[in-house]
Ligand binder design. Sequence first.
Ligand SMILES: O=c1[nH]c(=O)c2nc[nH]c2[nH]1
Ligand SMILES: [Zn+2]
Length: 459
Amino acid sequence: MAASAPIKKTVYYGTFVHSKSLSELDICAKGAIGVDENGVIAFVERDVSDVANVIQKYGEWKDAEVVKIEDNGFFFPGFIDTHTHASQHANTGLFGKTTLLSWLETYTFPMESSLSSLSKASTVYSNFVSRTLSHGTTTCAYYATIHVPSTNLLADICLKRGQRALVGRVCMDTMSPDYYRDASVEAVIKDSKASIDYIRSIDPSGFIVKPILTPRFAPSCTASCMSALGALAKQTDAHIQTHISENKSEIALVKSLFPDSQSYTHVYDSADLLTPKTILAHAVHLTHAEVKIIKERGTKISHCPASNTALTSGCAPVRELLNAGLTVGLGTDVSGGFSPSILEECRQAIWVSRFRAMHDGDEAKLSTEEVLYLATRGGAQVVGMEDKVGGFEVGMEWDAQMICLGRVKKEGEQEGRFAGNVDLFGFETPEDKVNKWVYGGDDRNTERVWVRGRLVHKR
Ligand SMILES: O=c1[nH]c(=O)c2nc[nH]c2[nH]1
Ligand SMILES: [Zn+2]
């Protein structure tokens, strides 16, 4: 579905759910949200018994389209995936019993290298953007590959499909296979600049696509490469993304490569890579001193629980990170992670927090409300879009998903259109429905998805 049709004033009518705070959802059973031609929320009305009354109240909205939730469902903010590798999508589910460093050599570098082929990149990237949109992901921080043309192609696809994206050309000038590495620091900077310039040229407003500098991780980058990227970030005011402290062997490797650095975090800090616009994925094994520096720099964290479990990297201490005041969002980290769905990541975040709780105590447990916050408002802060997306306030943009759970079924009734794992029996409170969706829902319940008021996915 191309996202090019003009939009008209629309009133979204029915239940809407979004986060009020980290621990509290706002569930409005009968609401009406008016979205203007720019995709901006113009009004939010609660306790609406008849949408006609709302349309009458706002005179100039008399010709507005009305989009109503049928049966049991609700409007929910679009999900924000703060860390994923579009270039690894074709490997999803393929990781065997590898851990990070062997997984990179065995599966990841060969696959990413093969995306120098623009036709292969086109197939994989188009498929992944469709797939993530179908799961309600309206904003994504993407890693592409080292190749400028296919990285730029990913940005083209996101812009055409209307998915908000930070798109990064991967930088790696050392400890990488001969067939897949940057030739020099000069090449890293030249190619990174070329990709920044291209992405800014196709969307000068940056409303939909933006570039993001992407040093892969400290073992793949020389100190001079990282410093040059830190300087380029400053010069271009670009976002930055990288990996940190995912796995104990990786941390030992960083220590051996940068013996004069106090920690993994110090390696990035010395290169000026820790800014308020930096996203650090994983953060599983950080020390208190590292957390303190990250907090001081205003740098953000992407929690990737499915990936951390699949590659047996560890259980990130999310409660501790939150208590320390860090900003945290969720990331699918495909294909370390095995699912393109942030809803799945919500479940995985809950499970991982329960494993932490078995050692750390009940306070470590994340609730449904908390993971939904991380998936929306938290993610928005991580990608620097908290004033635009993640919730339904006047002035914010309509990045939303229509979740449908189907009808309460009578005995013997066949599964209908929303055949999924969620069954309703009629007694459920609105809170129960949200919980049933979080624990049992999937893309079969994601009926429609909008970005800036534009329909970008329909089942
Ligand atoms: O989860 C990960 N995926 C990657 O592609 C990667 N590269 C370095 N470190 C990484 N971690
Ligand atoms: Zn990753």
